[in-house]
Write a protein that binds this ligand. Structure first.
Ligand SMILES: [Fe+2]
Ligand SMILES: [Fe+2]
Length: 336
């Protein structure tokens, strides 16, 4: 379905402003697309702030997928069986694919991929701070899948309806894969929590370390998130950080019970009146410190990414040369 099919009051031919239309006409068309909850496509005029906000959000999202491969890729060789290795390899590959769809979506907003990549390599772009924590044990693969991919799903399902078409469409496939990731994390933890005492302890320890940072993945509390409202007005964001965090806690409490594990928050309690679980305060000082680069693995993650980029130079050169030769052959054929 194209953006205009959903908008009965707008006919694409009659209402999309022609080339050279006045700024007012372009703004009015954009506003109408948003009001009608329709989709903005790459060719449509859009306010510079909308373009910038999305470029930042989509590229940061892409960076997070790529950096997020590191803690898990570390465990591929140490996974406890061939089956676990193949599952983990598939998962890490999926994350590379997510990065790919998202860089492609970000590029449609006008900033080339190599520029976005430079922003990451030079430390000018952020990525999700959860990936600055180390994966110490095999159980961490379970906790990351269950909690981190679980939080990603809560965050990302509403993004499937984001007003910017290429972003929303990329999110549809990503969410399907994330739900598989969460199940594989759950399954790792389930086996450990029903194994030996030492295995259960390892599972609990992993959950203890990843639960708080996973809750912080939804971003600062609403009162400290001044840009959220604008993103909601533009139909990029559909729910506030705190709403999504609450949804996540409500989802995880019964799942933790089924796993036989405890969430490391003594304040978790069902609130009949609100119809939600209450939960305790989060450590926002830690959150800000990790974002500012002081997390346990920030330096290591960026060093590894830069090294991987350098080591991949020959692949990029070969691909560019292949494309050049192909184009040359094509031109010859057309000219013949
Ligand atoms: Fe992902
Ligand atoms: Fe994932």
């Amino acid at each position: 379905m194209t953006s205009t099919e959903k908008t009965p009051t707008l006919s694409p031919v009659a209402d999309a402003p022609a080339a050279g239309a006045s700024h007012e006409a372009e703004q009015a068309y954009f506003d109408a697309l948003i009001t009608e909850d329709s989709r903005v496509e790459p060719r449509d005029w859009m306010p510079e702030k909308y373009r910038k906000t999305l470029t930042r959000q989509v590229s940061q999202h892409a960076h997070s997928e790529i950096i997020g491969m590191q803690p898990e890729a570390n465990w591929i060789t140490r996974a406890p069986s061939l089956k676990r290795k193949t599952i983990l390899m598939a998962k890490v590959q999926d994350e590379a694919g997510h990065g790919l769809y998202l860089y492609s979506a970000a590029e449609t907003l006008g900033t080339p991929r190599h520029v976005l990549n430079e922003q990451l390599l030079e430390g000018r772009a952020k990525y999700s701070s959860i990936f600055n924590y180390p994966a110490r044990t095999w159980a961490d693969m379970g906790a990351i899948g269950w909690l981190v991919d679980g939080a990603a799903i809560c965050n990302q399902v509403p993004l499937c309806r984001a007003s910017y078409g290429p972003y929303g469409r990329a999110m549809v496939r990503i969410c399907k894969e994330e739900s598989f990731h969460q199940r594989q994390g759950w399954e790792i933890l389930y086996e450990l929590s029903h194994g030996t005492e030492a295995q259960k302890k390892m599972a609990q320890d992993a959950v203890n370390r990843f639960y708080g940072p996973a809750l912080q993945m939804f971003g600062p509390p609403d009162a400290d998130s001044p840009n959220s409202q604008q993103s909601m007005n533009w139909n990029i964001k559909r729910f506030s950080n705190d709403e999504l965090r609450q949804r996540f806690v409500d989802m995880m409490v019964p799942q933790a019970e089924a796993l036989g594990l405890t969430l490391p928050d003594p304040d978790i309690k069902w609130n009949e009146e609100r119809g939600h679980y209450d939960y305790g305060p989060l450590d926002w000082d830690e959150f800000h410190s990790v974002i500012q680069g002081k997390g346990p693995c920030n330096v290591q993650r960026m060093q590894r990414r830069r090294a991987a980029h350098d080591e991949g130079a020959w692949v990029r050169e070969a691909a560019a040369e292949y494309a050049r030769k192909n184009a040359e052959q094509h031109a010859e054929l057309m000219g013949a």
